[in-house]
Design a protein around this ligand. Structure first.
Ligand SMILES: *Cc1c(COP(=O)(O)O)cnc(C)c1O
Length: 386
């Protein structure tokens, strides 16, 4: 019998919905034109891109002209940070704020800016993994050009007060960027309600194809272009568009907005069942404090297993066919403790005994029970060896 595989790593990526794939296929086969070509093949592709842009804009509460397609969350984050910073520099503003818990796509771009002479300051988080508004306010300076705070953290699910931060920025004419890559797959985001000037999303986190994302840039907010090339995306992002993926992104986002509420309710009850079981085990703690729905996503459960190295826990989980993560997938090759957990005040060894379980729309009750039982088994096994 084939071993049952269980996927508890939805925060790393998600499977493409078959309905989404069906919508994409014609753009690989019959309608394979380059959206920039003027002939019939190109026009068909362009029409599909226009429809996708209209749909994404409508769902996010934006105008179609405010939506730019990219190669994913990382490019969107890079564009927002670098393009935003270079535009600010032209106005003499070179001070930038970013939360300590941003994704590496944002943090690495910040490091690059620092080498280029920008002054980067990091906003701390509290023990619950959330930025406090006073910590933003007291760091704002005359020459602050950009503030970057993600809407939901990819390791803990902690939700950030971006609405309030955006308000502060608006009063002072500061560009506000929010990485919403992890938020949008679970809660319907409206960019106007959020108030940020620039917002990043990524298709493969909400059952769309990998290698495709979007950046919302509010009208009138000038940010520099990042990818130089042809006149694609109104001259703001060169490169032939990945038409099938753009079509897939739009359809996946539509499905996600239609189902988010229902799905999160279900995911929340699964999360609670899982926590009931695992938190009753010895030396198991939930990283972060998510007593209220506004505080965190139900889909990400970050647990600390006292005295257990997460690498050996992961290995044992994998042996049982269970896919979980020690943190962000992008950093899983490194042996460094999670920057998100250490920012929350965890010690290096506490961070290194933490595991991220991220569940999704296809997670079942049986899987929850099975994984919770395996946690107990593996904990006993590892602890018995010491
Ligand atoms: C996954 C992720 C990214 C990167 O998106 P890719 O499309 O994988 O490049 C950026 N930010 C957050 C919060 C993420 O979870």
């Amino acid at each position: 019998m084939e071993k049952k595989l269980i996927y508890f790593d939805y925060a790393a990526t998600t499977p493409v919905d078959s309905e989404v794939l069906e919508k994409m296929l014609p753009y690989y086969k019959e309608n394979y034109g380059n959206a920039d070509s003027l002939h019939i093949f190109g026009r068909k592709a362009q029409t599909a891109v226009d429809c996708a842009r209209d749909k994404v804009a409508e769902l996010l509460g934006a105008k179609p002209s405010e939506i730019y397609f990219t190669s994913g969350g990382t490019e969107s984050d890079n564009w927002a940070v670098l393009g935003g910073a270079y535009a600010c520099k032209k106005r003499g503003k070179t001070h930038i704020l970013a939360s300590q818990i941003e994704h590496h796509a944002v943090l690495s771009a910040m490091e690059r800016l620092e080498k280029e002479g920008f002054e980067i300051e990091y906003i701390p988080v509290n023990a619950g993994g959330r930025v406090e508004i006073s910590d933003v306010e007291k760091r704002l300076k005359e020459n602050t050009g950009l503030v970057a705070v993600m809407k939901a953290n990819n390791e803990t699910g902690a939700i950030q007060p971006v609405e309030e931060i955006a308000k502060l920025c608006k009063e002072r004419g500061i560009l506000c960027f929010s990485d919403c890559v992890q938020y949008v797959p679970h809660r319907n985001l409206d960019v106007n309600a959020l108030g940020a000037d620039v917002v990043a999303i990524s298709s493969h986190k909400f059952h769309g194809p990998k290698g495709c994302g979007a950046l919302y840039i509010k009208k009138g907010v000038g940010i520099e272009k990042l990818v130089a090339g042809g006149e694609q995306e109104r001259g703001m992002r060169g490169g032939t568009l990945n038409v099938p993926a753009v079509v897939g992104l739009a359809h996946a986002l539509e499905l996600c907005y239609k189902n988010n509420q229902e799905r999160e309710k279900r995911i929340k009850s699964l999360r609670d069942k899982f926590l009931d079981k695992v938190l009753s085990l010895d030396g198991v703690t939930l990283n972060g404090d998510f007593s209220k729905d506004e505080d965190g996503l139900a889909s990400i459960i970050n647990l600390r297993f006292d005295g257990v190295e997460n690498t050996s826990f992961l290995y044992n989980m994998d042996l049982n066919g269970i896919a979980v993560a020690s943190g962000s997938a992008c950093a899983s090759a490194s042996l460094k403790p999670s920057h998100v957990l250490t920012a929350m005040g965890l010690s290096e060894s506490e961070a290194k005994s933490s595991i991220r379980f991220s569940i999704g729309k296809d997670t079942t009750e049986e899987e929850i029970e099975y994984v919770a039982n395996k946690c107990e088994e593996i904990l006993q096994k590892i602890r018995a060896k010491r």
